[in-house]
Structure formats: structure tokens, C-alpha cells
Design a protein around this ligand. Structure first.
Ligand code: ADP
Length: 314
């Protein structure tokens, strides 16, 4: 059975969060929904919120090698969460990469990887939408089973370059040293990684690349305890993003009701603020990215900045 995914359109304008008007249609765009563009005829726009699927989030599970990304993602995968393992994905999709002998690692073509991950994510989202439709799910059902949670967890030390939400696993550098030595890494490679963990290299990168960043300290936890933290965090993050998304959709609804009631589009548009490209951008969505102002008690537990191991480098 196919779900009623709205037809795509010839309007090629891309905008951030917002709505823009083509000749015979309204285009809804939400970055919370990551580049998902939906269309509807102006005549049908009052039903627009009915035909929207819940937002589908792609969340990076990242961290210095040895912090537990593989182990934790496998634990969640065995429970039914959607996981994308980037190392396997690169091999299976023949994403080009070059060997860096000096640093003893492969350097992947990030543009090619990003494109392939985006396509994969679109496919997974479509599959989710099918399930949402055919199982007759509602928003209340989304937390009832890992398969119903519209989240793809991308596991890799590169994941935060591919997603705008990230969870960073952290481990005390001494513990990390033991784990990486046991793995048979060279002394140089161990030292390079524990130095990176001491000075928050991955975390800082996340701040450069991601809209929201959280961290989980794994050092004195069992794998099951850390897995529970990760599950708690992604469910809370989903709820929080959904709230912002619903706010956006609420505004969409009132806008479309105005249009349906016959208010000229130009008048409707005049009551909203515009960007140069004609998009209406809901500025209150911008607050979503400000983790410093985090108020959700679950998310607050995982706000970054609690680990300072920089003195170890002195
Ligand atoms: N709380 C924990 N969370 C995750 N891994 C842990 C934890 N405690 C110990 N470990 C161990 O740390 C190692 C992490 O390795 P791995 O998952 O391959 O890391 P990465 O994928 O980040 O390189 C595993 O051997 C795992 O058993």
C-alpha cells in the first residue's frame, strides 16, 4: 500500500524553515524535517497539516575512537532502533577514499559520503512514512516502539559532519588509553586520540557543524547504563524537536486557513516576515539551537561542558 506522499513540484526554491508560494501551490519546508519539502494545491491547503508526517530526525552518534560508538549502536540496533554504521556504509557503497599512511587511516570523500547518506536517509524516511500510514500511527505512538521512533542514528567519528543534531560519547583519557592500547593501536595513534579527547576536539567540531550538541560520559558506566542514557536522550530530543515542529505547523495551519477563507495571498504574506527569496521564516525556531538555554530537565543532564580533562595535557 502506498501512502499519500504529496506530489513533488517544479518549484525549485530552497528555503530554511518556512513556507513559500509557487503559482498553484504552497511549499512547506522545515529544516527540522531536514530538507523535506512538501507541496499542496492552494485549494487544499487547509488540509496541509493533516497530510504531514512527523519529522524524521537524523542524529549523529560520535566521539573519539574507543568511546563506545560501535558497542552502543549495536546494543540499540538489537532493540530495533534504526542505525547507520558509516564504516560499513562506506565499504558497501564504494564511497571513494584514500589511504593516509602517515596517520594510519583512510580519508573519505566527504561530499560523496554526504550525498549517499542523504539518499539513504530519504529512503529510510519513506519506509517510516509507509509504516506510519499503514499502521495508522499517531504522534502518541512514536515512543511505543524503537521502530516507531522517526530517528536514524548515524554512528561514526565522522557522523557530526553529516547531521545537524549530535550526541558525543566521552571517556576519560586514561580509560581511553587502556581501551585503544588493548586494540593494538600504535603508541603514536593512542597518544593522538587521547590528546584529542583531552582537549574536546570532537565536541568542538560538533559546535561548528551541528545545531544541537549533547554529550554522554561513559567512563564509569556499564554499556547497558550508557545505552539507557542514549535512549533517554534521543527520545527527549525527538519530543523537543517535535514541539518546535508542531509550533511551525500551527502557524502553517493558521496561514492556510487565512488563504482558504479567501484572504488574498498577498495580504496573508504581508502579515508574515520575509527573507529575500520570498520565504517566510519562523524566527522562533532559531531558539532550538541554543543549548545554553536548555530547559528540558532530561536534555539538561546531557548538555556539554561537564568534562574538563585539559589539565592532563600540561
Ligand atoms: N559504558 C560503556 N559504553 C560503551 N563502551 C564501553 C563502555 N564501557 C566499556 N566499554 C568498552 O569500550 C570499547 C568501546 O569500543 P567501540 O565501541 O569499538 O568504540 P568506538 O566505536 O567509539 O571506536 C568496547 O570494548 C566496550 O566494551
Amino acid at each position: 500500500m502506498h501512502c499519500p506522499i504529496p506530489k513533488t513540484s517544479s518549484v525549485s526554491k530552497t528555503v530554511k524553515n518556512g513556507v513559500c508560494f509557487g503559482k498553484n501551490e504552497i511549499m512547506v519546508y522545515s529544516s527540522l524535517n531536514e530538507k523535506r519539502v512538501l507541496f499542496a494545491d492552494v485549494d487544499r491547503c487547509q488540509f496541509m497539516t493533516d497530510i504531514l508526517f512527523p519529522p524524521f530526525l537524523t542524529i549523529a552518534l560520535t566521539g573519539t575512537p574507543g568511546t563506545g560508538k560501535t558497542e552502543l549502536s549495536k546494543t540499540l540496533e538489537s532493540e530495533g532502533y534504526r542505525i547507520l554504521h558509516i564504516t560499513e556504509f562506506i565499504k558497501n557503497n564504494n564511497i571513494p577514499s584514500e589511504r593516509d599512511d602517515e596517520r594510519d587511516c583512510d580519508v573519505v570523500d566527504m561530499d560523496a559520503l554526504e550525498e549517499a547518506v542523504f539518499e539513504y536517509q530519504q529512503q529510510i524516511r519513506k519506509e517510516f512514512n509507509q509504516v506510519y500510514y499503514s499502521d495508522g500511527l499517531t504522534l502518541e505512538d512514536l515512543h511505543k516502539s524503537p521502530q516507531y521512533l522517526p530517528v536514524l542514528l548515524v554512528e561514526s567519528h565522522l557522523a557530526h559532519y553529516l547531521c545537524d543534531l549530535s550526541v558525543v560519547l566521552r571517556t576519560h583519557p586514561y580509560t581511553l588509553k587502556d581501551r585503544l592500547s588493548e586494540r593494538g593501536y600504535s603508541h603514536q595513534k593512542v597518544m593522538e586520540n587521547i590528546l584529542a579527547e583531552s582537549i574536546d576536539v570532537v565536541l568542538c567540531d560538533c559546535f561548528d557543524y551541528c545545531r544541537r550538541v549533547y554529550e554522554i560520559e561513559t567512563t564509569n558506566q556499564t554499556i547497558d547504563e550508557t545505552a539507557n542514557c542514549l535512549k533517554e536522550l534521543i527520545h527527549a530530543l525527538y519530543d523537543d524537536e517535535l514541539k518546535a515542529y508542531e509550533g511551525l505547523m500551527g502557524k502553517m495551519q493558521s496561514l492556510s486557513e487565512d488563504v482558504a477563507a479567501g484572504v488574498p495571498i498577498s495580504d496573508v504574506l504581508n502579515s508574515y516576515s520575509f527573507e529575500d527569496d520570498g520565504a517566510i521564516v519562523y524566527t522562533d525556531n532559531d531558539d532550538v539551537g541554543d543549548y545554553v538555554k536548555e530547559k528540558n530537565p532530561i536534555l539538561m543532564k546531557y548538555t556539554p561542558g561537564k568534562n574538563d580533562w585539559s589539565e592532563l595535557t600540561e
